[in-house]
Design a protein around this ligand. Structure first.
Ligand code: SF4
Ligand code: SF4
Length: 389
């Protein structure tokens, strides 16, 4: 059994958050000694977008501050770092808007920009090939990584919890390159797990006081589950998300891959909850993006139907400000800015949705072709029919 420490916390009022985080970390410390005085702790929140905390796209700064404060008080050197896909030398702006600059100042931690620090290359075997991946060396040099994901959905991997948050240790634009190497959801999910498996062991605290549903990881709707939870195993946290959100964990490719590698609990029945009950924080009707079409259509069929079956980015009318960030991040140059608005070349697009992640005004949404829409409707109809029976 793998332990999950769960604590209800209704809002981001700092004293309450600090109390909840301290309780969770104290419990984890009983299971596994955390640090000794003078050691280095790398705090890794989700800093996906240059957005304020009320968008629920990034880990809330109160969580970051409480975690950093805990380890500073324990005598550690605490570094807070992440690497958004489109940071482009604007790290200061990201730190400021997400509230992490304030969190670091208040707690006595330091901010580190992953783009400018030393990288290390690791070789991983994934999707039947060997690949070299550049990672921040700090991930291996730190005595402890504290992984701080946000509870969110994702258009490609369906959920973006603890395991996927570790992908942020790959600096900046290189993340988009991996989307190009593995454009299909299944291969990309395998890659994420194979990569995360190569990292040193971490502890995870999930920020689910507020979260996101629908078109995540950047353009979905805010929800208010009101809890935080911790574990020594990131796979266990992602399985707990499925249990609490009513998601069939077998439809999450990352979790299927983890099971294949014998990493973490094989299913949510192998979780042992301590503290508050998962039943008390159940998310009813959690809106998770449908399983990507690539996952359930055979390659042959997919290739022949390519023109009819697609999902890709589309511009919301009158929202785009023509900033060009989407163009800058696109790994296959499928975007042009024409008359101060983004235009997508569907033939070139690989549906990685990186553009959606970086848009500062949520001007991009995921669109499906009519045939794909029909397929989803039929699938939902079938599900509803089964439930009625
Ligand atoms: S247009 Fe957007 S979704 Fe398509 S490949 Fe470029 S970044 Fe990815
Ligand atoms: S779609 Fe978003 S990121 Fe792209 S140019 Fe418009 S506002 Fe900027």
């Amino acid at each position: 059994m793998t332990r999950i420490y769960l604590k209800k916390c209704p809002d981001y009022h700092y004293p309450k958050v600090a109390e909840a985080v301290t309780e969770l970390l104290d419990q984890v410390a009983v299971e596994r000694p955390l640090i000794k005085k003078g050691q280095t702790v790398l705090v890794k929140p989700n800093m996906l977008s240059c957005k304020t905390p009320d968008h629920a796209a990034t880990t809330h700064p109160a969580i970051v501050e409480a975690v950093a404060e805990y380890f500073v008080k324990a005598g550690a050197k605490v570094l807070i770092g992440d690497s958004p896909p489109a940071v482009f030398g604007r790290a200061e702006e990201y730190w400021s808007r997400t509230g992490f600059a304030e969190a670091a100042k208040n707690s006595g931690a330091e901010l580190v920009c992953f783009e400018t620090i030393t990288k290390q290359t690791i070789e991983i075997s994934t999707n039947r090939q060997n690949h070299q991946v550049h990672v921040v060396k700090l991930a291996f040099d730190a005595d402890l990584i504290v992984n701080l994901p946000k509870l969110k959905t994702h258009n490609l991997t369906r959920i973006t919890g603890a395991v996927k948050n570790l992908f942020g240790l790959v600096p900046g634009l290189q993340k988009a390159v991996w989307h190009k190497v593995f454009p299909k959801s299944l291969e990309f999910s395998n890659f994420i797990v194979d990569f995360a498996r190569h990292l040193p062991a971490c502890i995870t605290i999930l920020d689910a006081i507020e979260g996101m549903e629908g078109q995540g990881p950047a353009g979905g709707n805010r929800i208010f589950p009101g809890f935080v939870m911790a574990s020594t195993c990131p796979v266990a946290i992602d399985r707990a998300i499925c249990r609490i959100g009513g998601i069939d964990e077998n439809t999450i490719s990352m979790l299927n891959r983890a099971r294949k590698l014998n990493w973490g609990p094989a299913n949510a029945d192998q979780l042992e909850f301590q503290g508050d009950s998962p039943n008390d924080v159940k998310i009813t009707n959690y809106k998770v993006p449908g399983r990507p079409v690539q996952d359930y259509l055979p390659d042959l069929l997919l290739n022949s139907l390519k023109k009819l079956v697609w999902a890709g980015p589309a511009l919301k009318a009158r929202t785009c400000i023509g900033c060009g960030r989407c163009k800058g991040i696109c790994p296959v140059n499928a975007i042009d800015i024409v008359d101060k608005a983004a235009q997508f070349d569907r033939k070139t697009c690989i549906s990685c949705f990186c553009c959606m992640e970086v848009c500062p005004v949520d001007a991009i949404e995921a669109h499906k072709s009519p045939l794909l829409n029909l397929a989803f409707k039929l699938r939902n109809f079938k599900k509803a029919f089964k439930r009625k029976k």
